[in-house]
Ligand binder design. Structure first.
Ligand SMILES: Cc1cc2nc3c(=O)[nH]c(=O)nc-3n(C[C@H](O)[C@H](O)[C@H](O)COP(=O)(O)OP(=O)(O)OC[C@H]3O[C@@H](n4cnc5c(N)ncnc54)[C@H](O)[C@@H]3O)c2cc1C
Length: 386
């Protein structure tokens, strides 16, 4: 059993619930990875369990109103079963958490999305485009929103729209024509002109359905522009993004479990007893443990700090650090797990080869390593100047 970060009875209860689902999803993961199909059965099960509504605050009708710490705890467990499903639902739950925390949307739109999510609707934000790369770099969206009378006309193409096959609502980031402003539009999947092009065919996180979203003159109501980005919002810390490190750590924990089981059971006739007796294997298991614990302690302590601090905006460098340790340590842990298991880890039926491919995606989710290191350097210089 890995070190537990559950601290309350409620966390134990929710952890058990997601653990059962994660184990079920683990049984399906190889097939979804092989076919590249979106794991609809998994999102259906998550909806049925009420998991997809857990970050709706109680004052908007939510049943649990998860804290960030709890969200990260559950997401890490879910990813042990299926990383692609965890990343997918992590965007949805995390963005819902952010919308209600920042409350930049009008009250009626907040109430609307809360009700929809309580009824099982799924949401994600489509920010990335071929010309901008990661939106965190500050590129201007090529997707445009033009005001015609009292309606918005939105046209463009978004890449990496995770969960595209099952999304009900998409937060589309677009440039507002005639201004330097960027806005987020709440777009229902059912609107005319909204199309999904099935472009997602990667070696990593194959079951996320992160296809292209194409918007062809989609006509929206005035109030479907739910948020306008202001200069003050730039660089604000986003705690909800911790679902990303939680996901990749969960995958690494699954890899560690496979390797430890193998080292306990594999006993070639050149060795007396299983290979766990061999010092080199013990060293690698110990190093995996150290890397996991280092990254998990940083992740959970920063999530806890977020929940309790009154100055969340100062946490950007530490949030980045949690993701930096998690994704890099996850890659290293999976590598060691594969060295322990040897050539059998390369067999397609062995989940380690999937973990190996899946953890790579973490490097390309925000914030990227170079941005985190630059922010940490800046924090050190600021500290010196103070
Ligand atoms: C599995 C997965 C799921 C995703 N889901 C979503 C989603 O649901 N919604 C969404 O909007 N996005 C999503 N993304 C996209 C993700 O957030 C990034 O936007 C995307 O991965 C960046 O793509 P890129 O690395 O090709 O592009 P780039 O960001 O352009 O990076 C390519 C290279 O150029 C360098 N580079 C580019 N610009 C700069 C710069 N200004 N300064 C320094 N270096 C630069 C980078 O360091 C890198 O080496 C997802 C990505 C993955 C892998």
């Amino acid at each position: 059993m890995p070190v537990s970060f559950c601290k309350t009875e409620r966390q134990d209860r929710l952890y058990k619930m997601i653990g059962e689902l994660a184990d079920r999803f683990h049984e399906r993961a190889a097939d979804y990875d092989e076919t590249g199909e979106f794991p609809v059965l998994n999102t259906d099960d998550l909806k049925a369990a009420g998991y997809t509504a857990l970050t709706v605050p109680k004052e908007y009708g939510g049943k649990e109103g998860l804290t960030l710490y709890e969200f990260v705890l559950l997401q890490e467990r879910l990813a042990q079963g299926d990383g692609a499903t965890a990343l997918s639902i992590g965007w949805h739950l995390g963005i819902i958490m952010e919308i209600f925390e920042k409350k930049r949307w009008k009250e009626d739109k907040l109430a609307f999305i809360a009700k929809e999510v309580m009824n099982g609707a799924l949401f994600n934000r489509a920010a990335t485009e071929p010309q901008t790369g990661s939106p965190t770099r500050g590129g201007k969206p090529q997707t445009t929103a033009t005001k015609v009378g009292n309606k918005w006309h939105v046209t463009g193409r978004k890449t990496f729209t995770t969960m595209a096959p099952v999304l009900d609502y998409i937060g589309v980031i677009a440039s507002i024509e005639g201004t330097d402003l960027t806005g987020e539009f709440l777009v229902s999947r059912k609107k005319g002109g909204v199309k999904i092009e099935e472009t997602w065919n990667t070696i990593s996180m194959r079951g996320t359905g992160s296809h292209d979203l194409v918007l062809e003159n989609v006509i929206l109501e005035d109030d479907e522009l739910v948020e306008i980005a202001t200069p003050e919002m730039k660089g604000k810390a986003s705690g909800w993004l911790l679902h990303i490190p939680a996901c990749y750590l969960g995958i690494a924990m699954a890899a560690r479990n496979v390797a430890v089981k193998f080292a306990n059971e594999y006993s070639p006739n050149s060795v007396r007893g299983p290979i766990k007796m061999i010092p080199n294997v013990q060293r690698m298991v110990g190093e995996m443990e150290a890397e996991l614990l280092q990254a998990r302690h940083v992740l959970f302590s920063i999530a806890d700090k977020w929940d309790h601090t009154t100055s969340r905006d100062d946490l950007g460098p530490e949030l980045g650090l949690a993701k930096y340790f998690a994704t890099n340590n996850a890659i290293s842990v999976v590598d060691k797990a594969m060295r322990i298991v040897g050539a059998q880890s390369l067999q397609k039926k062995n989940p380690l080869q999937r973990y190996y491919r899946d953890v790579r995606a973490g490097l390309h989710n925000p914030p990227m390593d170079d941005m985190t290191i630059t922010k940490l350097a800046q924090a050190a210089f600021d500290d010196y100047e103070r």
